[in-house]
Design a protein around this ligand. Structure first.
Ligand code: ADE
Ligand code: ZN
Length: 332
């Protein structure tokens, strides 16, 4: 339902910085890919999220492996840029994990090039710019991480803004020591670094993401609240958290939004912004996520503007894009 509040939120200049391409594929697109590949998806909705993070990640594998051609990638990217503007954002960092994409898991340049064609076409049609954060899966080895960094450095695509790591920490154990070298080399080569931590893992993982992986931003990070010293570390270093409230509820971290620590983290001085994680699969949108926080925590217009400002500052957008967004936020 469109309300005065939802319109205010939609118009607020902001960025979305924690959104997975794999979780943003419209079911109709996946059905079309299945038809084109001659795959029978059977009866019922094959895109329903059941179980926890492990089942969820397997679902992403099944959906993404239906895509086979560069044209499908370009169309998906174009549609994603349209989704960004429809959801009230003016820039997005999108996380892309090659391991989910059966046809490209050993061809990262092909994956990036296919997507870049669609993002570039969208931008020339006036849709928002999108930066790609290429992600390691938590269960990969140190040598796979090193190979991915080599590939990204060799590719040198301006579309790729960051190295990321996502996946299930409970199932894979701590991977910070294993990936430290790859993240160090990525940082030295000019890539930014964003790390999923403090979702399936606790506060100690957030500390390691900062200290061992040099994270510029933490995806989720909410379980930092479990250790005051980690909260203090985030405040001191100004490291933002890209929080996804509904995703955390769906995947069972908290029972209700009232119990979710996003507001408590803000009040302790941590830079937090609001994001959707996997909007198509969770059937949510960015405006709805901001609105739920307003309802749960009584956020004022100033609070909304602060959170929108964090989203812009936390993004890996080019400086001129950031400046334009901040100026229009200040005037809004
Ligand atoms: N990949 C897609 N969504 C994810 C999430 N919520 N946590 C970890 N990896 C993911
Ligand atoms: Zn995520």
């Amino acid at each position: 339902m469109v309300t005065e509040m939802s319109e205010r939120i939609r118009q607020l200049p902001k960025a979305e910085v924690h959104i997975h391409l794999e979780g943003s594929i419209p079911p109709a697109t996946a059905r079309q890919w299945a038809a084109e590949a001659g795959v029978d998806l059977g009866h019922g909705n094959p895109f329903v999220v059941t179980g926890g993070l492990s089942e969820f990640l397997q679902l992403l594998d099944r959906i993404c492996s239906l895509a086979r051609t560069p044209e499908q990638l370009a169309d998906l990217a174009y549609g994603f840029s349209r989704h960004v503007v429809d959801s009230g954002a003016h820039y997005a960092d999108v996380i892309v994990n090659p391991t989910h994409w059966g046809a490209w898991r050993h061809d990262v340049p092909g994956l990036v090039t296919g997507l870049d064609a669609g993002f570039g076409r969208a931008e020339s049609d006036g849709l928002p710019p999108v930066g790609v954060c290429v992600s390691l899966l938590r269960s990969q080895t140190a040598s796979e991480a090193s190979d991915l960094v080599d590939t990204l450095i060799e590719l040198g695509s301006p579309r790729v803004v960051a190295l990321s790591v996502d996946g299930n920490e409970v199932a894979s154990g701590s991977t910070y020591e294993r990936f430290a070298d790859a993240f160090q080399r990525a940082g030295a080569a000019g890539l930014r670094r964003t790390v999923h931590a403090g979702e399936s893992s606790g506060a100690e993982a957030v500390r390691k993401a900062v200290e061992l992986l040099g994270a510029d931003r933490i995806d989720h990070g909410v379980r930092a609240i479990e250790d005051e010293a980690v909260v203090a570390l985030l405040v001191e270093r100004g490291i933002p958290l890209a929080v996804c409230p509904s995703s955390n509820l769906t995947l069972g971290l908290y029972r209700t939004l009232a119990e979710h620590p996003i507001d408590a983290l803000r009040r302790r001085g941590v830079a937090v912004c609001v994001n959707t994680d996997d909007p198509a699969l969770l059937e949510i949108d960015l405006v709805g996520e901001y609105q739920r926080c307003v309802e749960a925590f009584g956020w004022s217009d100033d609070d909304l503007r602060d959170v929108a400002r964090v989203s812009i500052d936390a993004s890996f957008a080019p400086d001129d894009v950031k400046r334009t967004l901040v100026t229009s936020l200040e005037r809004s």
